[in-house]
Design a protein around this ligand. Structure first.
Ligand code: ZN
Length: 328
């Protein structure tokens, strides 16, 4: 039996308002605390931005998703059956991790750069949502997750009458390649830690960590921007990539200096961004992780490798209902 199976068709049934519970009053807008019910967006929100690699203007609509549907992308720029234009944000559909995380369905239809919006869904506690997009690339916005998080906050978050499910890590799972390392270990929370080590003096060795359940995403990672080196930017543009990249959506380092006029948002903004990427990539597990993620010099590729290793053995994990805090 496929433990990650979700009923995709449910996602496209019209939302039945009577099935939305009254338990929609959170202490903060975030639903990442000890909340045992599934959540989705309250309102539909439309926005647009520029694709980092294509440079194209991209329109996005985020909508409420049915219970147990998870996060699902639909391409609205293509003709054909809905099923063929639908791509579930699941690690099994990750097809490319070279510059960003790309998912592709069995019909070859893809969406790329999903990690920052996925991080916002994970970090704001949204279990189910439908993302309609008229391009193959999620817009880069300001290079962080904060614009997505703000839009989700504007939409509002409501509970649904199905129990939230989490993937409980039962033992230490590790993957490594060269000097890159990634692991899950058992923990009561949904905790992330990322360490990076760059020769560039501006970055050097730095670490960041957060707890999703402790509302840590917004505070510690959401506004950390993606980064790159000027020499790589020039190379990428010569290959027709990074065409939408600018100092408005990327930290650029040249000669050991951040050249963005406003400088950094945090001294360790680079490791915070790695944390953000991990929160997004690991959410392609299908459910939130109950455990500790650690990444050392890791990126999208290692994050996907870790999920494949996790699901390779049924004794590594257990999918459980999130415990009802009122029963403790
Ligand atoms: Zn990123």
């Amino acid at each position: 039996m496929n433990k990650n199976n979700v009923n995709l068709e449910d996602n496209f049934k019209s939302m039945d308002i009577s099935r939305i519970s009254d338990r929609s009053h959170f202490d903060s807008f975030l639903a990442t605390g000890k909340n045992c019910w599934q959540t989705t967006l309250k309102l539909v929100k439309k926005f647009n931005g520029i694709g980092l690699h294509s440079g194209n203007k991209v329109n996005i609509t985020i909508k409420p998703g049915a219970e147990n549907s998870g996060i699902v992308f639909v391409r609205t720029d293509l003709d054909g059956d809905l099923e063929k234009r639908t791509i579930r944000a699941n690690y099994k559909f990750v097809s490319d991790t070279s510059l960003c995380t790309t998912i592709t369905n069995s019909f070859g239809i893809q969406v790329s750069t999903i990690e920052h919006i996925m991080a916002a869904f994970n970090g704001s506690g949204i279990d189910n949502a439908l993302v309609e997009i008229d391009n193959s690339e999620v817009p880069i916005m300001d290079g962080s997750s904060l614009p997505f998080l703000n839009i989700m906050e504007d939409a509002g978050i409501i509970e649904q009458p199905s129990k939230r499910r989490v993937i409980k890590i039962l033992k230490v799972i590790e993957v490594s390649e060269g000097d890159k390392f990634c692991s899950f270990s058992p923990s009561n929370g949904s905790d992330f830690s990322a360490q990076i080590d760059f020769e560039s003096l501006v970055i050097g060795k730095q670490e960041a960590s957060l707890s999703i359940e402790g509302y840590g995403f917004k505070e510690f990672a959401a506004n950390a921007r993606t980064f790159g080196f000027m020499k790589d930017v020039e190379h990428m543009k010569s290959l027709g990539l990074g065409l939408g990249g600018s100092l408005d959506n990327c930290i650029i380092i040249d000669n050991n200096e951040v050249i963005n006029p406003g400088g950094l948002r945090h001294k360790n903004e680079f490791s915070r961004h790695k944390l953000l990427d991990a929160v997004g990539d690991i959410y392609t597990a299908g459910f939130r992780i109950q455990g500790l993620y650690r990444g050392i010099r890791a990126g999208h590729y290692m994050n996907n490798l870790l999920l494949k290793e996790l699901f390779a053995l049924a004794s590594n994990y257990e999918i459980i209902d999130y415990p009802d805090p009122s029963l403790n």
